[in-house]
Design a protein around this ligand. Structure first.
Ligand SMILES: Cc1cc2nc3c(=O)[nH]c(=O)nc-3n(C[C@H](O)[C@H](O)[C@H](O)COP(=O)(O)OP(=O)(O)OC[C@H]3O[C@@H](n4cnc5c(N)ncnc54)[C@H](O)[C@@H]3O)c2cc1C
Length: 386
């Protein structure tokens, strides 16, 4: 595709967030939307996601994002004519200490108030859900039966295809290298294939968001952190489906993927902003230790492979959505950490609404880009299972 020389909006990044935004903008009738993706659609950190989807968040805004997104996943096949592999396997949090339960209680109360099905269970009830679990060191579990999973690749490709059908263009293999600013206002983007004039650019660059922010002189606190996932050889001794089960004390989580078991040590590592994400095979030992502690039968399993990806975190674990402070025409949809995939439907909808109607219909102040400067950022105990 020849890169257009003008666009009404340029979305920087063709991951699940950028493609959802482009789709929603185009669907709302915005003409000449252009997504610029330096690699291929969905090839960024979206391709590393475990596909988990939960209502179990700590804030009303994020729970509402989840409810709205889950409704989209549930009707995805009708809206996009694609099976996203959406299944309600549930999320199960395992708690070993009373203080963890105390931290979960207000979240469960808020989730319940907002209409979510979330229950506190005793350890034996947790074992009824996953019979292979060791539960003698647990004091409770928190169970969300309506949580689940879907395929990040299927969902991203569906957003991209529908965006194109609605008139958006997606340029792959093209990198944004500079933002063109005149007196504090964005007038275009410079790319590896020339300039594009535009009054609006959306930073949806995932783990590279801070780098793209610096093109406009901004310091965005988006901190890419490495996380590993390993998978076993087929292991029918733990029959599926099982909930995505997270051991809150160790950070370890697992779920089944067909016959295999996916295992993550829950690592959070700063390896710099590099786009290459090397595997650390030393992590296998830590993962197996945590896994065998919680699922002793896994001693009989063999690790068959794994991967690592970057989760674009922020200091308070909430995304950054809104106009970039001090740069007219530059919008931010970044810092989605471990939940960018599951919140992509709601993100696309609200960003497009904000950009076309002047404001979003939901209070998005939780995501305010200026909150770190003003001290308004509040860290909620994230229990970020992914
Ligand atoms: C191991 C792991 C497990 C995860 N599990 C889950 C999960 O279970 N559930 C969940 O919801 N989330 C999960 N996540 C998080 C999820 O993957 C991310 O939050 C989400 O994919 C972010 O999407 P994005 O579109 O913002 O980023 P990306 O997919 O990285 O998209 C950004 C795109 O921007 C492009 N780009 C960057 N700079 C430029 C530039 N200058 N010019 C042009 N293009 C550029 C990149 O190539 C990239 O394709 C997980 C993440 C990891 C690492």
């Amino acid at each position: 595709m020849d890169l257009p020389r003008t666009a009404s909006a340029v979305v920087i990044g063709g991951g699940v967030v950028g493609c959802s935004i482009a789709y929603h903008l185009a669907r709302r009738g915005v003409r000449d939307v252009l997504v610029v993706e330096r690699d291929a659609v969905g090839a960024g950190t979206t391709s590393k996601a475990a596909g988990g989807i939960r209502v179990q968040f700590a804030t009303e805004t994020e729970i509402r994002f989840s409810l709205e997104s889950i409704a989209v996943f549930a009707r995805f096949r009708e809206e996009f004519d694609v099976d996203p592999g959406y299944t309600r396997i549930g999320y199960l949090y395992l708690l070993a200490e009373e203080r963890q339960l105390r931290a979960f209680e207000p979240r469960v109360a808020l989730q319940t108030k907002l209409g979510c099905d979330v229950r506190v269970l005793g350890p034996d009830d947790a074992r009824k859900l996953v019979p292979a679990l060791r539960v003698d060191d647990l004091c409770a579990a928190v169970w969300g039966p309506s949580d689940g999973m879907a395929g990040p690749t299927e969902v991203t490709n569906a957003f991209a295809r529908r965006a194109r059908e609605c008139g958006a263009r997606i340029a792959e293999g093209v990198e944004v290298t500079a933002l063109v600013l005149e007196r504090g206002r964005l007038t275009g983007v410079r790319t590896s294939q020339g300039d594009v004039l535009t009054p609006l650019a959306v930073n949806a660059a995932g783990p590279a968001a801070a780098r793209v922010g610096r093109l406009a002189g901004l310091e965005l606190p988006v901190l890419p952190r490495r996380r590993h996932i390993f998978f076993t050889e087929p292991f029918p001794e733990i029959p599926g489906p099982v909930p995505l089960t997270s051991d809150v004390s160790s950070g370890f989580y697992f779920r089944k993927e067909l016959e295999q078991v996916l295992l993550s040590p829950g690592d959070v590592e700063d390896i710099g902003e590099d786009t290459r994400v090397p595997m650390d095979w030393g992590k296998v030992e830590e993962t197996v230790q945590k896994a065998v502690h919680r699922l002793p039968i896994l001693e009989q399993a063999r690790i068959a492979g794994g991967w690592a990806g970057l989760r674009p975190l922020t200091p308070d674990d909430h995304a950054i959505i809104g106009w970039a402070p001090g740069v007219e025409g530059f919008f931010l949809a970044v810092g989605f950490g471990g939940h960018g995939f599951q919140h992509s439907p709601a993100t696309g909808h609200h960003v497009a609404e904000w950009l076309t109607a002047g404001r979003p219909s939901l209070d998005l102040s939780l995501f305010d880009p200026g909150r770190f400067r003003t001290g308004a950022a509040v860290h909620h105990d994230a229990a970020d299972a992914e």
